[in-house]
Design a protein around this ligand. Structure first.
Ligand SMILES: Cc1ncc(COP(=O)(O)O)c(C=O)c1O
Length: 380
């Protein structure tokens, strides 16, 4: 079955009682039991099971080619639940340029519970191999990374990790399953902030984890119920609604993303462009092999905080805001916004300079987005 057919039908079966073609929002906290010790249709309590959430989980799992899915209250809650697969004394290798919130969760919270993290540049698989320790149980990658768009070779990293008996987790938020399906390259667990492309409309916060390993799935289900950071029924429904148009939206994000990147690359006020779709990106060939397209995330350096401020305050269509992956084009300043929790020296080493601007190219007309950036760059 094609991607859109799966997106529209997986988990979206007509409602068994009414035939409603749109999955009903089961806004309930509990379920009446048929008899003592006999829950109706297996439903007992809505933290444990909710039909709308289950439909959302089946849908996204199918899109990633996974058997199991677990939806959480945010992308961060999904990442936190996934890290519950490792224990005190275990070692985790992490891409050194992840979303700032991931870095914060790992270094400021989970490190306090005896989990050891090594941050390495996973765009060179040799760095992953070199960082392996006897107690390495997980390799956690983001590709392309946020915001400097380095690409990790998923197949190479999965082979290295598996030889060592470690799981590979990929945060696929930037690409969505339409542009990249990490499980096909040997990755074990894929997660998303559904807040971004899967929802796609800037109107819900959520996260999801999908995988094929039954034992790990059982544990994640146990964690989801025990910790309780579940995705609410309405937010689950918003993700279901979002994924129905994911293919169409990603095609347009990709088309405009390429056009915007090509425009920026030639602009005299832009000192450096970060976009894997550009021929000048040193991992362009790998990105082409691993991804179906390059998407709508584009970063560029205008040389100084002052210049960045002029662009960020100068756009009229691109909205100055955190987040990404929505119909609206958004513009942000990673050093002070998404990556403020990363130490300044680490930020500079990674290229997250004061002059770096990140845009999430939305679904407005491509020419309008480019004209808006052109006039804002003209203020420098
Ligand atoms: C790549 C990536 N992963 C995870 C997250 C966290 O997701 P959420 O904000 O839904 O908790 C974000 C948020 O920006 C992100 O960009």
């Amino acid at each position: 079955m094609g991607f859109s057919t799966t997106a529209i039908h997986a988990g979206n079966e007509p409602d068994a009682t009414t035939g409603a073609v749109s999955v009903p929002i089961y806004q309930t906290s509990t379920y009446a039991q048929e008899a003592f010790g006999k829950p109706t249709g297996g439903y007992e309590y809505a933290r444990t099971q909710n039909p709308t959430r289950a439909a959302c989980e089946r849908n996204v799992a199918a899109l990633e080619g996974a058997q199991y899915g677990f939806a959480f209250a945010s992308g961060m809650a999904a990442i936190d639940a996934t890290l519950r697969l490792v224990k005190a004394g275990d070692h985790v290798i992490v891409s050194d340029n992840t979303y700032g919130g991931t870095y914060r969760l790992f270094t400021r919270i989970l490190a306090n519970y005896g989990i050891e993290f090594s941050f390495v540049d996973t765009s060179d698989p040799a760095n992953v191999e070199a960082a392996l320790k006897e107690n390495t149980r997980m390799v956690y990658v983001e590709t392309p990374t946020n915001p400097v768009m380095t690409v990790t070779d998923l197949r190479a990293v999965a082979d290295i990790a598996h030889k060592h008996g470690a799981r590979v987790v990929c945060d696929n938020t930037f690409m969505s399953p339409y542009l990249q399906r990490p499980l096909e390259f040997g990755v074990d667990i894929v997660l998303h902030s559904t807040t971004k492309y899967l929802n796609g409309h800037s109107d819900g916060v959520g996260g999801i984890v999908v995988l094929n390993n039954e034992q790990d799935a059982e544990w994640l289900k146990f964690v989801q119920n025990s910790v309780g950071a579940i995705l609410a029924p309405f937010d689950s429904w918003l993700v279901l609604r979002g994924t129905k148009t994911l293919a169409l939206r990603m095609e347009q994000h990709d088309k405009s993303g390429r056009a915007v990147a090509a425009f920026l690359e030639e602009h005299p006020k832009v000192q450096k462009l970060y976009y894997p779709g550009s021929l000048s990106h040193k991992q362009h060939e790998l990105a082409k092999r691993q991804q179906r397209g390059f998407g709508g995330m584009v970063s560029f350096d205008v040389g100084s905080l002052e210049n960045a401020r002029k662009v960020l305050e100068g756009t009229k269509i691109l909205t100055l805001a955190e987040s990404l992956g929505a119909v609206e084009s958004l513009i942000s300043h990673p050093a002070t916004m998404t990556h403020a929790s990363v130490l300044p020296e680490t930020r500079n080493r990674l290229g997250i300079t004061d002059g770096l601007v990140r845009i999430s190219v939305g679904l407005e007309d491509t020419e309008d987005i480019i004209a808006d950036l052109d006039q804002a760059l003209g203020k420098i």
